[in-house]
Ligand binder design. Structure first.
Ligand code: 2YC
Length: 273
């Protein structure tokens, strides 16, 4: 998973990209709607005000990313969850969140970004959340994926989850990775590995780009829909002209899905009770 930088997420706290308007145009849903669909909550809307969220900065590994915890807290706030950033990082921050009665603790070191549900003692991982969120976006933008060909670019944690999820949505999935063996490893999940990513891109009009791959516009087929969580994110003018839709944000969709899915552990348990 590519590590975010402060300049990439600077606009998240104030929703500078107005993600809901963009997503409503391309998918018909807001971020919250995508997250609820991804978490399997059928309701049209849901009041998450009973779920207190706390973002805990983590200093391990390559350390804190400026604005990361603040961006995460802004995202859970936009979902309707009362949210804070703990004043201290790491274990002291987790203790602070626990003492404050946080229901959902959001924290990330370099390899793993999780939404931990303190009531259920369960967490959701950002890789799954990102893959699920961007697969729902692709499906909604395409008006369904049953029997359709989809190319997943990148067989890392997000791409691998996306292969499984898209197969679950009925798509016929091809996968390309710079390391062919990583694409081959997904054959048991019903994916078809591709050696030539440029040829695969030119032959598909439904793409999920989960790699730090800047696709040259001239190989993109007209009318392509790209669901594109990969960072760095850039499509040249030719690519933006040929694509019917390019769906991207640096952090929000994956984070919203994992926070809602984590809260859903409680919601679904209470529904069963
Ligand atoms: O500020 C902090 O607490 C840092 N420890 C956060 C590190 C996040 C590292 N991960 C990433 O940049 C990307 C994100 C999209 C989430 C997963 N990988």
């Amino acid at each position: 998973m590519t590590r975010l930088t402060e300049d990439v997420i600077w606009g998240v706290p104030d929703d500078r990209m107005d993600l809901d308007s963009k997503l409503l145009k391309t998918t018909g849903r807001t971020v919250k709607g995508i997250a609820m669909e991804a978490a399997g909550l059928e309701a049209e809307d849901y009041d998450f005000s009973a779920f207190r969220a706390a973002a805990v900065p983590v200093t391990s590994g390559l350390g804190i990313i400026g604005g990361f915890a603040r961006s995460v807290a802004a995202i859970t706030t936009r979902l309707g969850m009362p949210s804070t950033v703990t004043s201290r990082p790491d274990v002291a921050g987790f203790a602070e969140a626990t003492d404050a009665g946080a229901d959902i603790v959001m924290m990330s070191d370099d390899p793993l970004f999780m939404a931990y549900n303190t009531r259920e003692r369960r967490y959701t991982d950002n890789s799954w959340g990102t893959a699920m969120g961007y697969s729902v976006c692709l499906r909604d933008a395409a008006g369904g994926l049953e029997g359709d060909d989809v190319l997943v670019i990148g067989a890392g944690r997000v791409g691998s989850w996306a292969v499984k999820i898209l197969r679950g949505m009925g798509a016929r999935v091809s996968v390309a990775d710079i390391v062919y063996e990583k694409a081959e490893a997904l054959i048991p999940y019903g994916a078809r590995p591709c050696r030539d990513v440029e040829r695969a891109v030119s032959e598909n009009t439904l793409l999920l780009n989960a790699a730090p791959y800047i696709i040259p516009g001239e190989i993109i087929a007209d009318g392509t829909i790209v669901s594109s969580p990969g960072v760095p994110h850039y499509y040249d003018l030719e690519g933006r002209t040929r694509c019917k839709a390019i769906i991207h944000d640096p952090l929000e969709i994956g984070t919203a899905v994992m926070a809602v899915n984590s809260a859903a552990y409680t919601i679904k348990r209470e529904m069963r009770a």
